[in-house]
Design a binder for this molecule. Structure first.
Ligand code: MN
Length: 318
């Protein structure tokens, strides 16, 4: 049984009729924190995103719609992970995600540290054999092990690459990695777009198209908010300079959908809220809703993703 948060606590503060088990979209709070390396507090990320979301407008000017009221957005109760071992916690995340996708068309997971992405993608990879991954991140997260743990957030994409071909992984905004990771990227042909490369014109002026061309039809987005420049997103464990702007990230996702790719799932991870710094929390909340608006802007809705008919190639509708 899936349990949902009520209006006062749910994403956007939605009324019961727009946030029930019938909603197309589910928000899954995952307050998982075990291995953060520098600053701490990602376990509070989901709670603060939900709080801040009450100040996000329902209406989106780009699409001239109130998506949340049209399709419904239900918010699951935060997963109780505290007393579990790492392995148990990751198994529970995987199991609940499977249950959510049996009941809702679409899910956004809120971290928590980046480690949660591996069990999430495992579920999507079963459902979408053609899946590719779009990773927004300052860090490559491709270390085989970090501080003695294969489950560190610094290793999450190495874990994902164990069941998804590394060539199906596209990383954007990377600007902090070790030699081992650089060699993994080269030898396994990960599609990595370094932040410095974007600025130096290494990928040409149309780098967004270059990013989109690396991806298959069905795309899962893992959005580590440390991809954003620390000037707009200081509330994360390891903020790195030379980050992307909010608009650049949205532009990549918008182009993806315009080119006929389908976003099948999203996670937003690594918000580590700083007291009295509410703009960062609001940025994360707004990001979640904007990503949903873009994801649902073209074919996505008709028919719902869970219908087998929706497996056909989506057409650009711009
Ligand atoms: Mn990361």
């Amino acid at each position: 049984m899936l349990a949902y948060l009520e209006t006062q606590e749910n994403f956007l503060g939605l009324a019961p009729e727009h946030s029930s088990e019938k909603a197309l979209i589910a928000i899954q709070p995952i307050p998982y924190e075990r291995t953060t390396s520098y600053g701490k507090g990602t376990k509070d990320g989901p709670r603060e995103i939900l709080r801040a979301s009450h100040y996000v407008e329902f209406y989106d000017d780009e699409f001239d719609r109130e998506l949340c009221q049209e399709v419904g957005i239900a918010t699951l109760e935060p997963l109780p992970l505290k007393k579990l071992s790492v392995v148990e916690a990751l198994a529970l995340i995987e199991a609940r995600t499977r249950a959510i996708l049996a009941n809702h068309s679409f899910c956004v997971a809120l971290g928590g540290e980046h480690t949660i992405t591996a069990p999430l993608i495992r579920v999507y990879a079963e459902k979408y054999p053609n899946l590719s991954i779009l990773q927004f991140d300052a860090h490559a997260d491709l270390r085989n092990e970090y501080e003695g743990s294969p489950y560190s957030h610094a290793c999450v994409m190495a874990r994902v690459a164990e069941f998804i071909s590394p060539q199906r992984i596209t990383q954007v905004g990377i600007r902090a990695l070790c030699r081992e990771e650089a060699e993994f990227i080269r030898s396994n042909k990960v599609n990595t777009f370094f932040a410095s490369g974007l600025r130096r014109g290494v990928y040409g002026t149309e780098w967004i198209d270059q990013v989109v061309q690396t991806l298959t039809e069905d795309v899962y987005i893992t959005f580590d908010i440390d991809v954003l420049d620390p000037s707009i997103m200081p509330a994360t464990g390891t903020p790195e300079p030379e980050g992307l702007s909010y608009s650049e990230c949205i532009a990549v996702v918008r182009r993806l959908v315009e080119r006929g790719h389908r976003i099948v799932g999203i996670d937003v991870v690594e918000l580590a809220p700083i007291k009295k710094l509410h703009h960062a929390n609001l940025t994360a909340a707004r990001l979640v809703y904007k990503l949903l608006n873009v994801a649902f802007s073209y074919e996505q809705l008709k028919p719902p993703v869970r219908s087998p008919k929706s497996r056909r190639t989506t057409q650009r509708q711009a």
